[in-house]
Design a protein around this ligand. Sequence first.
Ligand code: PMP
Length: 462
Amino acid sequence: MNVLRNHLPTADLQRLDAAHHMHPFSDGDELNAKGARVITSAKGVMLTDSDGAEMLDGMAGLWCCNMGHGRREMADAAHAQMLQLSYYNTFFQTSHPPVIALSEKLAELAPEGMNHVFYASGGSEANDTNIRLVRHYWAAKGKPGKKVIIARKNGYHGSTMGGASLGGMSAMHAQGGLPIPDIAHIDQPYWWGEGGDMTPEEFGLARARQLEEKIAELGEDRIAAFIAEPVQGAGGVIVPPETYWPEIQRICDAHEILLIVDEVITGFGRTGTMFASEGMGIRPDIITVAKGLSSGYAPIGGSILSDEVAETINAGGDFNHGYTYSGHPVSCAVALENLRLMVEEKVVETVAADTGPYLAEQWGTLADHPLVGQVEIKGMMAGLVMTPDKASRAAFSTPAGYVGLKCREHCFAGGLVMRHVGDRMIISPPLVITRSEIDLLITRARAALDATLVDVQKRGLM
Ligand code: PMP
């Protein structure tokens, strides 16, 4: 008896899935009527579904499978650790070698002066930690009034009450009474969609200065921190104008607030440096990590803290916060093996010097497609926007996401996982993708755009 149901035909798997499995971020009735696509195995950058069809995983799972699928070394690390010590907690004055070793490793890889880690099971939990941590930090410094965290519209920081509140996704806020109190949002640096007549440089400065305006409006004595992704991921791979981050950094330096950089997607090489903060000249007080930390082989996330933040928290008495799986030994062992492979195989260096520039060149060729308005790329994360009129940067007259969904369906049918955010198409492939696999990705992406163009013309949308 195969308890994992691997042997069942697709229709049976879909029937059981519809009967018992509630999917994240899905319209349940619609999905159950259609039937989920069932992925049964994966190797490297390729996925296989229950019908035996192969797809190139252009999203690295959910932005996480940086080292690719199916590495034996990772399975061996998990196996060995499960036999050695499958679980012990890090509460009550206890610790264990895998969490000690991983913390040491992260201190080595993180930017200068960031040598302390608080663990979670993923990015949302880590950002919940950050909310409690920065408020406790200011209280410990005798400034309990500094509670407000400024974040951005269309940012994504997770799906817990705290994470979704920090995020600026209106559809998420509309459900469940979010945001929680003392979270404020400023506009995003999305030039194509919101830049109007400004140059990208002017627009980047204008959007960054909203942070200073918000600090003035609410009062510096009430602001604990600003949080942002270096490059917005779930918002649609939005690379901010060059002027944006230096101005944000200037504002954070000029005012007494902490800077939390959410590197859940960008951490561990995605943008061509170990952390995007380094490559983009950002000096965080706290970095949120998850996803690429274990390449998705085991759930783990965390907050990497500057020495000053950690020392303040440590001197502030009990920090009444933590999760059963904070520093789970198996996840830590898997993350350590992942980082070992990544460093040994020079994956970040390859992304920076070879495959990243090659992907940029190839992704750039899609800009000449009649449907494509603008292409954006930073390392191994890229987006393009579809438009009926490149010159005016117009949106389609159909509801946002109609054309994007069509394109995604053509991608799936053509053997490529590409995600859509509204009418933007985005990719974030495993960092180990080769040049020939990049060629395949681009060929399939172009074929999907061609098929989408036919749909768009048939419907008279352009
Ligand atoms: N922050 C960012 C920037 C993310 O992209 C995500 C997940 N996509 C999260 C936080 C939440 O992470 P998780 O889903 O592991 O809770």
